[in-house]
Design a protein around this ligand. Sequence first.
Ligand code: HEC
Length: 53
Amino acid sequence: MVKDSSRYAASGGWGFGRFIDGKAADKAQHETCPACHSAVVRNHDLVFTRWAP
Ligand code: HEC
């Protein structure tokens, strides 16, 4: 996850990325991320890590 409130305004300021064996998952899977996070974990605000390709 990446926090950027202007770039990811539509999903509460968080960008979501899921990778399986180094490949990004499809769009449909990513659309499930913000829905659950905003319902279940909205007050946690989670972790910050550095993008490491
Ligand atoms: C069914 C609900 C649900 C869905 C869907 C979901 N998450 Fe989560 N996610 C959670 C919960 C609950 C936690 C735990 C939060 C906490 O303990 O603060 C979590 C935690 C995380 C964390 C933090 C892990 C850590 O160790 O700190 C990341 C990153 C994350 N989710 C990414 C994603 C991504 C990317 C997607 C979509 C592919 C996604 N999540 C979809 C419920 C969900």
